[in-house]
Every structure is written in structure tokens, then in C-alpha cells.
Design a protein around this ligand. Sequence first.
Ligand code: PHE
Length: 350
Amino acid sequence: MADKTNELKLAFAEALSKVNTMEELENLRVEYTGKKGYITGLMQEMKNLSPEEKKVFGQTVNVLKDEVNEKITEKREELKKKELEAELARMPEFDISMPPTLKRGSYHPITLVQRQCEEVFKSMGFAIEDYSEIVTDYECFEALNIPKDHPARDMQDTYYLENGQLLKSHTSAAQNAIYKKYKDALINEGKPIKAIFPGRCFRNEATDACHENTFFQMEGVMVDKNISISNLIFFMKTMLSEVFQKDIKVRLRPGFFPFVEPGFELDISCLICGGEGCPSCKHSGWLELCPCGMIHPEVLKAGGIDPEEYTGFAFGLGLTRLAMMKYGIKDIRDLNSGSLKSLSQFTDDK
Ligand code: PHE
């Protein structure tokens, strides 16, 4: 009997050394320690032995059984380790113990100022509207009192599609649609039209530190009975002081835009040079930030609003300029550069 135990022990050791997978290991375990396994078989053979022999043999078989179980557990661990190693070998090489060094994504400085402006205007009851970047000639020019061949078109040369549509040269291109959207509520329910519409604009422009062919504006309009220039100035000042969190020097100059009458240029004192003059402000100490004015009667008419009864103001805030001022960005071209080194610096701001 002792020989049998020994044989089994050797056979098991040999079989175990050939095991390469978990499945093979499980089969071996059943083969030896399962209900119909060899070791269980040995136990059953005990019934033919004398009590003395039973005791000795029982002990030997139990030792064998423990040994087999132990070896199986060891092998299982070994196989698990191998599986893990194989899996790791299939993965791209990286050190999983390394602390994460990748920086989180960040908002573009223009997005940051856009959101700040939106918050300020939202708190003053303005709706925020989105509008397409591809518009018609009517939306961009005709509805804004800029007929074909009007010289004002020269300043706003842009990119034309083959079908006659164009990339909007200013956010004013959405004015007509906004008036049409809200005019019924204005006329029937007396709800003033108050909306801002930020957007990307395009112009055929020779680029330099303060000109780009792609830039952002944020248009704002307010239409109601008895709206005057004081309303315009109030909203502009409130917005600027919120965005810059300090008193900003502004000046209003007359400005010509066919869709406002009277029209103004709202300038702010250059925050990069403190008003002394630098390339960003064309050495004037002032930056044109927000052309604005009282909406031209023809423009209201084109939007389905009677200019005899209603008046309104419109402004076209230069979001790109504003971002440059706020963050001290000296060259407008950095904003479209895609350079994360420059553009990711402002995130903590919000
Ligand atoms: N759309 C004009 C521009 O981009 C700016 C503007 C908007 C002027 C609204 C007056 C009123 O040049």
C-alpha cells in the first residue's frame, strides 16, 4: 500500500509539471482529489486492512492529500502570475506606479471671457442665442442697411461659398433672425427684446499683432419702447466692470456703421500698456472694443418691427480683443495658434 501511495505521489508530481493552463490544473485536481479521484480510491481500499495498518496508511494518505492540495494551490498562483505577466506584455509599455503627470484640458481664453460676459448679461435678463457661421448676403449685409455696392462692404470682405453664401463677417448677421424670432412677443406681449449672440467671424484681413482673419465677437441687442443711448452706456459699463473687476476707462467716439444711427466706437484704455501706447493698441493708448449705436430704423423694419413705435441699441463686442486685454495677450495670432503652452495658462481663472 505504501508503494501505491509513493507511486501516486510521483505520478502526480510528473503530471503537475506538465500542467500549463488553469483548465489542465482543474482536471488534474479532480483526477486526484475529486470524489472519484485516485486519493479517494486509496481511502476506499483501506477497508480491507487491519486496524493497525489502517491507522498508518490513513495517515500516509492524508499527508499525500495535503501535499497534493498544497501543490495545486501553489501551481494555481504560479499560473495566475504568468497570465498577468502575459497580459502586461501585451499592453503598451508604461509604468503603472507613476503619478499622473498629464495636465487636464483647459478652456480657451476666449471661451473664458465669453462665459463671463454671458453670465453678466444673463443676470441682466438677456437671452443667449447661437447662430450659424455661414449666412446669406441678405443676413450679413442687405438686412443691415448695406445694399450691394455700398462702400461699407469693403471693410467686411469675407470668404464666399460657391452657392453665394458667405462666412459671416460680423455677429450683426444674426440681428435680422433675432428680431424676427422675438418680435411677436415684443408687439403682442410687450416683452422687450434682450439678446446676446456670441460667434466666430471671418474677414479677408492682412494679419498682424491685432488683426486676424478669424475672430470672435459678441453682439447684443435690446429693443423696446423708449430705449436710448443711456441704456446702451449703462449696460456696457456694467458688463466691462464685471469682466475686469475694476473701473475701466472708456471713451465714446462717433463711428459709422450703416445699421446704427447714431453710431459710436466705444474704446477702452489699453490695459497692456496702461494707455501709453504699444503695438497692441496701434500706439494710441486706446483699444476699439465695442462698436455700438442705436439700431437704424431700416434694420428694425427689415426685422418686422415698427421704428416709429420701438427703438433699440446694438453693440458688437470684440471678444477676442477683450480676451487679449483681460489676459495680457500681446499678439492676436496666439489665440488661433493651437499652442497649448500659451493657451492653457488661463484655466484656473474660472
Ligand atoms: N458689426 C459691426 C462690426 O463688426 C459692429 C457693430 C455691431 C456696430 C453693432 C454697431 C452695432 O464692425
